[in-house]
Structures are given as C-alpha cells and as structure tokens.
Design a protein around this ligand. Structure first.
Ligand SMILES: *Cc1c(COP(=O)(O)O)cnc(C)c1O
Length: 344
C-alpha cells in the first residue's frame, strides 16, 4: 500500500517570507517553533537561511539545539521560553539567545552565563509570557546596561485588525521601551499585516510563512494526497463507518482512503470536510477513523487512485474551518506516517 504523501514546498515558504519581508523596513526573522509548524524546522531553517534570514525564533532550548545543528553557526536563534532551570548547557552549546521573561530568569542567566547574549520579553497585556510593567521598571536600567540583543512583546488579537487590544498593546510597548537604545520587536504575522506602526526593528512571522491565515495572500505550502485503498457501491439505506455515521440516501459509490486522525486529520472535520479528485469535490461521509476516511465519489466517472485533502483547491485554513479549529493546529498535527516530499 502506498502511504499518503505530504508535499512541502520550501520555495513557497521562501516566497512567503520575501513577501512579508517586503512589507517592513526592518529585519524580518522567522519563527520555526514546533518543528517548523510541523513541516520540518531543519529544512525550513536551511531554506530561509539561504534566502537571507538571520534571526530565527523557537519555543524551547531543545528546539534551538536541533535548529543549530541544522543551520550551523552564524544566525541568531531566539528562545521564547527564555532561560529555564536546566537550559544553561543547551544555551551555551547552541549559542542560543534566550528571551528572558522574568527577573528570576534574568538572575539565572547572568549568574550562569555572565556576558552571554540575551533578549527580553515584556508582557503588554496578553498575560502569557514576559515581564510586567512594574517588574520591568525595577530592572530596566540594569538590563539595558547589559545590552540586550532584542526587546520584544506579543500581540493577543493581531488577527483582528480593528480590535482595540492592538492599539492598547502598542501603547504599552512604547511606554515600556521608548527611548531605550535596544532593537525592538512586536509583530508576528498578524502584527506585520497591521502596518508599519507595529514593525519596529524586527518582525517575526510564523504561520504566514507556512501559507496560513491571517496572511491571506500567502502561497500554499502543503499538499496532502491520500491514496484510495478500496472503492465500493452501497445501495440506498446502507450505512458507512463507525456508529453507522452516514446513511446512503440513494445508491452511491464510496472510496476508502488511507489517512485518519492518527495522521492529524482530526475527527471533528468529518461532517463538513471534502476531498478533491482533480477539480471535483467529494464529501467525506461517515466518521473519520484512526487510519481511514470514507468519501462519496459517486460524482466521478472513474474511480480515483488518490484524493486530495489539502492543495490547490483547499487550504489548511479551509480544513481547519471544517474541524472548528485554526490552521496552526492542522499544520502542527500533521502526522509522522506521511511520505514527505520536499520541493526546493
Ligand atoms: C508563535 C509566535 C510567533 C509567530 O506567530 P504567527 O502568528 O505564527 O506569525 C511570534 N511571536 C511569538 C512570541 C510567538 O509565540
């Protein structure tokens, strides 16, 4: 049996980065956390390095260590979780730049690795990571004297351009950082699209590089083709799948494809998702099971060999919508069983 094929277009990742880079005057970094949003941090990192990216962002020191092996020395690797207990060795060995989130992390960093590079993450209202305004004013002068590489914060509502939270966080960020002689970063993909007020010295897009919303003009990066294992006729009144999830109203032809929730094709998408045979949409019928999905292919003249879940006709965000989630989650759940094809 041929396995499902996930095609990852690294050329499209590079073009998406260039398109986002062209929107701002400053540096454009790249967020490659969670294994490059599920697409492979090493290969994504290498492709973006070739395109001129000099600053990468990951979630944890362990991710930074792996990325360093893939991209070599030279580019900066920032770590959003900062300097946690037990990270010192990886930070040193991988020349990682932790984004320190608290006074505790700052003390840990300067004690364990005096003189080693660091950045600062500030909380401007999201209440997730970063120093709060009071904490920051207490240590700001000491921190700035040690010349941080970057001061950053993160927007909670940037995918909703007219949300008042954007302006509030921008004002809070300015109040905490104006006048300091340190490079600043506030915008991820959504913030980059909000306009130049949000760009500061560095933008740090993630999902837009991988073809996801809110970057509506992104080029699609992933194609997912599922091989058909079997095709059968069912007569009106017959049922398909677990719990008799679907009943044929008329005679129909049903294709069973290889791929299921164990491959990140989450069950919740079942009732609303479609698979494509060329240009023809074939509705998913019955429940998505662990390794298999069933689709109604009655509209096709010939039995298909493959059905496509993501690609030209259907984006990761359309699939996410069918499942009641976001493109980020679909991408990062893409499974380990796919044969992965990389387009340079
Ligand atoms: C994930 C993340 C990003 C990238 O966000 P996208 O919405 O994927 O562009 C940037 N900054 C921080 C702090 C993040 O956690």
């Amino acid at each position: 049996m041929t396995s499902a094929t996930l095609t990852i277009d690294l050329g499209a990742v590079v073009r998406n980065w260039r398109a986002l880079d062209a929107m701002s005057e400053g540096e454009t970094g790249a967020v490659v956390k969670a294994n490059g949003y599920g697409l492979g941090a090493g290969q994504v990192g290498q492709a973006l390095l070739g395109a001129g990216v000099r600053s990468f962002f990951v979630a944890t020191a362990a991710e930074g260590t792996d990325l360093r092996t893939a991209i070599g020395h030279g580019p900066r690797i920032f770590v959003f979780s900062g300097h946690m207990d037990g990270d010192t060795h990886q930070i040193l060995e991988g020349s990682l730049t932790p984004l320190l989130n608290s006074v505790d992390q700052m003390l840990r960093h300067v004690e364990a690795l005096p003189g080693a590079p660091f950045g600062i993450q500030l909380d401007t209202g999201m209440n997730r990571l970063g120093m709060e305004p009071a904490e920051w004013s207490a240590v700001r002068d000491i921190a700035v004297a040690q010349r941080p590489t970057l001061i950053m914060s993160h927007l909670a509502c940037a995918d909703t351009p007219d949300h008042s939270m954007n302006g509030q966080q921008l004002a809070a960020f300015r109040a905490m950082t104006d006048g300091l002689d340190v490079p600043r970063s506030l915008a991820a993909t959504g913030g980059t699209l909000l306009g130049t007020d949000y760009h500061f010295d560095m933008t740090r897009p993630g999902v837009g590089l991988y073809g996801g919303l809110p970057f509506v003009d992104a080029e699609p990066v992933v194609t997912l083709d599922l091989p058909v294992i079997q095709v059968r006729d069912v007569t009106a009144g017959e049922t398909v799948g677990y719990a008799n999830g679907w009943t044929a109203e008329t005679d129909a032809r049903i294709a069973t494809v290889s791929g299921g929730y164990a491959d990140g094709l989450i069950r919740a998408m079942g009732p609303r998702a479609v698979l494509f045979a060329g240009d023809v949409a074939c509705p998913v019928v019955g429940r998505v099971s662990m390794d298999l999905i069933t689709a109604d292919v009655s509209a096709l003249r010939n039995d298909p060999t493959h059905l496509q879940l993501m690609g030209r006709h259907q984006s990761v965000d359309t699939v996410a919508d069918a499942a009641g989630t976001i493109g980020y989650e679909i991408l990062t759940q893409l499974g380990a069983r796919y044969a992965r094809t990389i387009l340079a």
